[in-house]
Design a binder for this molecule. Structure first.
Ligand code: SF4
Length: 340
């Protein structure tokens, strides 16, 4: 991606908008402008930013600002928790760092309301350090540029592009970060895409393959499906029945009798009597929950003593411990009935 650095910096130099927060940026002005820009468009931020900085020109003023006044300055921007976090952040900087925004990335990241993006923006723009600032705009540009179909809602995708940018950051890291953000905000927009005037279109994979609208991938992770089961651990006191499972989740593993609904102990006894068992007594086990990749199982469990295990596959404690492959969701029950 190194080839994008010079064209982007040149383009930004010529097309940079005249914005108040770009003039002599300090950590404070970058912090306020970036948090505001996370909420709304540049044009709206202009007047909010001007009023805010006039009323609260520095971290000390923000730290000492009464909440009512702060919220009034924020009124209309929404997400009031962000305004409160700004104040908490200012108080912490006043108390912990003598009013100077920390230059250390880790320390800065620990401040209230300062995430990876804001931290990268402040350290690169105000302190000229080589950190990337990766927001939605930047991810849109870069996933299109590289035709990368990774889901941009995942932290690992953000981290991947953060690392990629940090490999190529020039001396003017802040300018480069700003150029990428500005490209995403004015040229490589979500619906309107102006590739004809884009400074990096020559090597843009999505542009070359006419697949721009396929990027970025922001598919919401699938919701997990919820299941309720009753697990019946059937024993004659010496052996335990475990059945081979062939369904997708437990394929090839051993399972107790699994009923796809919650049963009372009487219902559990009836169920086993219907399967020709002679039930002697039933012990309630504690309810369990297990989370699979796409499913959540809520499970009731019973240890059921029967007269005879009939012709079902049966195992001793030692075999269960050493030879049988038991899914982790059932292991919790097995631990409870102290088979291990
Ligand atoms: S060429 Fe088009 S799709 Fe590629 S980065 Fe530029 S504006 Fe975005």
């Amino acid at each position: 991606m190194k080839e994008i650095v010079i064209p982007l910096l040149d383009w930004f130099k010529k097309n940079k908008r005249d914005l108040d927060w770009r003039k002599n940026p300090t950590p404070y002005t970058v912090l306020i402008s970036e948090v505001m820009l996370q909420q709304t468009r540049v044009e709206t931020v202009r007047s909010y930013y001007k009023n805010f900085i006039e009323a609260l020109p520095n971290l000390k003023a923000l730290a000492e600002c009464p909440e009512e006044k702060l919220l009034k300055l924020w009124e209309g921007l929404g997400y009031y928790s962000r305004a409160r976090n700004l104040k908490k952040c200012a108080i912490q900087i006043m108390n912990q760092y003598d009013g100077v925004f920390p230059k250390d990335y880790r320390k800065a990241l620990e401040l209230p309301g300062v995430g990876m993006y804001t931290c990268g923006a402040i350290l690169s723009i105000a302190y000229h350090q080589k950190y990337a600032a990766v927001d939605g705009n930047v991810l849109r540009v870069l996933t299109r540029y590289t035709a990368c179909s990774s889901n941009i809602l995942l932290d690992k995708t953000k981290q991947y592009f953060k690392n990629k940018i940090e490999e190529i950051l020039p001396e003017d890291a802040g300018g480069f970060n700003e150029s990428l953000m500005a490209l995403g905000a004015t040229i490589c927009m979500p619906k309107v895409v102006r590739c004809d005037i884009c400074p990096i279109h020559r090597n843009c994979k999505a542009y070359q393959t006419n697949t721009i609208q396929s990027f970025p991938n922001k598919a919401k992770p699938k919701e997990k499906r919820i299941f309720e089961y009753t697990c019946l651990f059937v024993t004659d006191g010496k052996h335990y029945i475990l059945l081979p499972k062939e369904d997708n989740v437990l394929k090839g593993m051993a399972s107790p009798f699994l009923v796809d609904r919650f049963l009372s102990s009487n219902d559990a006894a009836d169920f086993l009597e219907e399967h020709q068992f002679s039930v002697l007594h039933i012990v309630n086990l504690n309810d369990k929950k297990h989370i699979f990749t796409h499913q959540i199982w809520y499970m009731k469990g019973y240890l059921v003593f029967v007269r005879d295990l009939l012709s079902y596959p049966k195992y001793t404690k030692e075999q269960i411990q050493n030879q049988i492959s038991i899914p982790i969701c059932f292991k919790k029950f097995i631990d409870e009935i102290n088979l291990n």
